[in-house]
Design a protein around this ligand. Structure first.
Ligand SMILES: [Zn+2]
Length: 462
């Protein structure tokens, strides 16, 4: 009897240990991953077309220095929530075009505005798009036709590519971090002509190089999305190129064959790459930026949990005092070039609508990928926004401008008071009726605080 009990106890213990053993070799819980998919297409114009970014240009494009691209990264978290980051080697995407594209993405793939970042690098050696910055160029009907054709193909391409990116999603891991490179120069507070003699540079700046690293589950690099806050204005000639961001992408894709490198512009509206104006300089800055990204990729990065939250809204930004009909008529008769064309188009709006535009609906967006926050804004955002937002939400957040609507310059309240190109003169170039009203900076930041709460992003200071 005693023997039998001992045998039973022994067999029980044996089974117990065997079970535990098999438990130990089994993975403790199912691993959870992101899904990610990438699609890309060349968007270099195939015929001569007017180029965007400089009012002084007097004829369409001559040739191609480097191809232009649209690239789409689709991601999905472990609950099935999707988002797409679309980057383009373009000056900016005007509101009407952006609305058409984002409406299509809603119809075809069920993506809300909160789930889409449609961004542009702001290269100044890309094509003029439909509905954008027309006042600054003396365009004839034939030239407008070329722009219309190009723009409509571009819209279709972006919509189709977004579908391709979503359909190609595989299990993936996403990492994030910030690097640094310092070729941006605050163009309001340093004189380009004096630069050679200057022994120190005046700020403010934000030299951060935000990086998202996307890998498949076998550890293979799939894509790198990175940014920098600086105008792509090294080049101003008549050959297409992505400027320094284009060369940074080319360099990274050369170093990592098969990988897609995507650039998003930061709050670089008052930052220039200086000195500038030669192709070797554009290549140099591209390599500097890609080297900064390479360093981030090589170091230990923060892995992001596969949880995604997104928030988006549009707020009314008011204009300051509007010009009167008499003032516009005076400008129409006394000025030439883009000022005259601006006065004419404002008078036309006045005749049609009985009044000028009093405010503008401005897009504001927040994404949270795991612990990584992205704050995304429309238009040409000046560096102060990046500085203020990082004070509020921490220095590791990504601040992205030039997205969802290439509206106009978005100056800080200090720059609005100082005036100058970013604060006042550029509004005419953008076809706006007047400068922005003082206080837009506070309105935008207050809205971002609200969206941050929705997206589960916490403030580090109040
Ligand atoms: Zn600009």
């Amino acid at each position: 009897m005693k023997k039998l009990i001992l045998v039973q106890v022994f067999s029980f213990l044996l089974i117990f240990f065997c079970l535990n053993e098999s438990k130990a070799t089994e993975k403790p819980e199912k691993e959870i991953f992101w899904k990610a998919g990438i699609a890309r297409a060349k968007i270099t114009p195939e015929e001569p077309i007017w180029m965007a970014g400089y009012a002084s240009r007097d004829h369409p494009s001559d040739s191609i220095l480097a191809d232009l691209w649209v690239k789409v990264l689709a991601i999905e978290d472990d609950k099935g929530k999707k988002a797409v980051l679309i980057t383009t080697d373009l000056l900016g995407i005007p509101k009407k075009m952006s609305d058409r594209i984002r409406n299509q993405l809603a119809v075809r793939y069920g993506l809300t505005r909160a789930q889409i970042i449609l961004s542009s690098s702001h290269t100044h050696t890309g094509p003029v798009l439909m509905d954008a910055l027309f006042d600054i160029y003396p365009l004839g009907d034939k030239e407008i036709d070329v722009i219309r054709r190009y723009s409509s193909n571009l819209e279709k391409k972006i919509v189709a590519l977004t579908g391709d990116a979503i359909n190609s999603m595989v299990r993936a891991r996403i990492f994030s971090g910030n690097g640094v490179t310092r070729f941006q120069v605050n163009r309001r507070n340093n004189s380009e002509a004096e630069l050679e003699r200057q022994t120190s540079l005046n700020g403010p700046n934000d030299f951060a190089v935000p990086v998202l690293k996307i890998m498949d589950t076998s550890g293979k690099l799939m894509a790198v999305a990175f940014g920098y806050a600086c105008h792509p204005t090294v080049l101003n000639f008549y050959n297409f190129s992505g400027d320094y961001p284009g060369f940074a992408q080319i360099e990274l894709e050369k170093l990592h064959p098969g990988v897609t490198a995507m650039f998003f512009q930061g709050a670089g509206a008052d930052q220039n790459p200086l000195p500038r104006r030669t192709v070797p300089l554009a290549i140099q800055y591209g390599r500097e930026l890609s080297a900064a990204v390479e360093r981030v990729l090589a170091e230990e990065l923060r892995e992001l949990k596969p949880s995604l939250s997104t928030a988006y809204s549009e707020i009314d930004l008011p204009f300051a005092a509007l010009p009167t009909e008499e003032e516009l008529k005076k400008l129409q008769s006394e000025t030439e070039g883009y000022q005259k064309r601006w006065a004419e188009s404002q008078l036309e709006i006045l005749r049609k609508n009985g009044s000028l535009l009093k405010s503008y609906s401005y897009p504001v967006q927040v994404w949270k990928l795991g612990d990584q926050t992205l704050m995304v804004l429309g238009g040409e955002l000046v560096i102060q926004y990046s500085i203020e937002l990082k004070k509020l939400f921490g220095h590791d957040i990504f601040v992205i401008g030039y997205s969802n609507d290439g509206v106009a310059y978005i100056p800080s309240d200090a720059i609005l008071q100082e005036g100058g190109y970013e604060g006042e003169l550029s509004q005419m170039v953008y076809g706006m009726p007047a400068k922005w009203e003082y206080g837009i900076e506070t309105r935008i930041i207050e809205e971002l605080k609200k969206l941050a709460v929705k997206a589960g992003v916490e403030q580090v200071s109040h």
